[in-house]
Write a protein that binds this ligand. Sequence first.
Ligand SMILES: [Cu+2]
Length: 227
Amino acid sequence: MPALAPSAEQWQSLFTLYIIAAVIVGGAVFVMFFYFLAKYRRKPGTAEPKDAPRVGVMEDRGNPALAAILTALLVSLFFGLTLNTFALNAFLQNPPNDPNALYVDVIGFQWGWRFVYPNARELVGELRVPVLNSTCTPAVRGCWSGTVVLNITSADVFHSFGIALLKIKRDAIPGRINQAWFVAEKVDIYPEAIRCYELCGTGHALMIADLLVLSADNFHDWYLTGP
Ligand SMILES: [Cu+2]
């Protein structure tokens, strides 16, 4: 199933990259561990090898030049991975500067989600957004580009706003606004796609909301007039 949004795909690719790296490194360590365990085990009837380690004695062995090169390679690899991760994280965490973005206030409360639109329309338990509209560039005005920016807060206790499909999760904290953003690429209804991810009282499990991705026209009709 293709991801609902490019940003969710990028999160997923980051996760996959680290999983693959961890499996390769972990696998190599275990293979070498068992190989050397078998190779250098003490065989019956043989004497201790000449270069066996002795307590309190540190001998020169190995290849310091090779060790230095490998260390430098690994450090630059990890440094590159870290920079890449930080850059992608910054991109995914900070809403793009899009004049045609839709801004929605998300207010968590015990127990539900209220969505307030720029024209003061309100929905509880349902988030309606316009789908990606690639003809609506920043140069064009008065259209919905499909960029959705959520300003997330809480009316009472700590909640956590999450849309697993979009790989979005942000704390909803009274007196504070945390932002999240996404661009949905497919018109559809995603029932119960939105949930609370922080235990916030006896009704925590009931903090569920649907996500509705509408065509630009349908969204516009609802936004201006619809029920
Ligand atoms: Cu909650």
